[in-house]
Design a protein around this ligand. Structure first.
Ligand SMILES: Cc1cc2nc3c(=O)[nH]c(=O)nc-3n(C[C@H](O)[C@H](O)[C@H](O)COP(=O)(O)O)c2cc1C
Length: 336
């Protein structure tokens, strides 16, 4: 079955979950236009202040089309995992049937979702994680490449297509796509669909600050750097005066703690809490380009193809038109 058939959508285009940039209006706008928006529960609750169930109902009032939800599996915190299980149940009760899992083992998500007819796609950066996800029963893979926003992988889109193309499930390309030509090219490469993040930040519906959106519009690929200073692992951000000043490597104490068997868990928790707060503030505030700012703006190399802020639906429709102009339907399955 193709990605569009599997998800009940018209355009094989996913608006990926983004902490702290996914707000219900953005998710709804992408789905309403025929793609599919993915809710990031922490962003919904902690950044935009909605109760999760109310957030889904708000989306429902804006569109009756399908939406998805991101399930970040952070096994090291029982508190967080329990909360995630509750959020998954809320999403299922509210009719969500598409889930994108990241990190960890997605088996428990598949076991809850598949009996209700739902579909689970797993974010992966290499074959080892793909095989683990497939052993857990996932229905498709999202191949996160080295040009992606958020936590990029080490490999290119072509390498991932070759490495994961024979696994027998639809493969979605995530990373580096900012314009219609890139979207069509990914599908021609053999991908079943595309997941975009950065492109959808520069939209009217996204709740991020106008300065952040303009920074994406004006950035070139060379302005995207990977810093360890926010989450402890490389995160794609726009190079601002603060990023230049402070450098890209984790500090010496953090590095030492990340090496220790016990201390690494504390350090990860410290990073998780601090980055959640830091990124929320940065997304909602302007002025990260000011020399005095300590804010980070996340974006991937797809900034190269983004030249204006526009409605999310216009992007989905333009990409769909470019696809139908080629006369090629997206492949049912990735190339074996
Ligand atoms: C600001 C930002 C935040 C992100 N947060 C998440 C997240 O919380 N969970 C997740 O699975 N992926 C996250 N991602 C990855 C996106 O879902 C998507 O895979 C990625 O943005 C694709 O690359 P692109 O930005 O070049 O389009 C994030 C990406 C960005 C740009």
């Amino acid at each position: 079955m193709s990605l569009t058939e599997q998800l009940g959508i018209e355009v094989p285009l996913i608006c990926g979950a983004m902490y702290p940039c996914s707000n219900p209006e953005l998710v709804a706008a992408v789905s309403a236009a025929g793609g599919i928006g993915v809710v990031q529960p922490l962003s919904m609750i902690y950044v935009y202040g909605h109760d999760l169930r109310e957030g889904f109902r708000l989306i429902r009032r804006l569109t009756s089309k399908p939406v998805g939800m991101n399930v970040l599996i952070e096994q090291s915190s029982k508190f967080y995992l329990d909360r995630m299980k509750t959020w998954l149940d809320v999403a299922l009760e509210e009719g969500v049937r598409f889930f994108v899992t990241s990190l960890g083992n997605p088996k428990w998500v598949v076991e809850r979702v598949a009996p209700l007819g739902g579909v689970v796609y797993h974010d992966v950066t290499e074959r080892k994680w793909a095989e683990k996800g497939l052993a857990g029963g996932v229905h498709g893979l999202i191949a996160v490449n080295d040009r992606a926003g958020g936590h990029a992988g080490p490999k290119s889109a072509a390498q991932l297509r070759d490495e994961l193309g024979d696994l027998g499930v639809p493969l979605v390309c995530a990373g580096g796509i900012g314009d219609a030509a890139g979207f069509v090219a990914a599908l021609k490469m053999g991908y079943a669909g595309v997941q975009m993040g950065t492109r959808f930040i520069a939209t009217d519906e996204c709740g991020a600050h106008a300065d952040y959106k303009q920074a994406i519009v004006h950035a070139s690929e060379a302005d995207i750097v990977h810093t360890e200073r926010v989450t402890g692992v490389p995160l794609a951000v726009i190079r601002t005066p603060y990023v230049e000043r402070i450098g890209l490597k984790a500090g010496p104490i953090a590095r030492w703690m990340l090496r220790g068997r016990r201390t690494k868990h504390w350090m990860r928790t410290i990073y998780a809490l601090r980055s959640a707060w830091q990124l929320k503030r940065a997304s909602l505030a302007g002025g990260a380009r000011e020399a005095s700012s300590k804010d980070y703006w996340q974006a991937g190399k797809s900034v190269a193809g983004i030249d204006r802020v526009e409605p999310a639906g216009a992007i989905v429709r333009r990409f769909a038109a470019a696809l139908s102009a080629t006369g090629t339907a997206p492949p049912v399955r990735p190339r074996a």
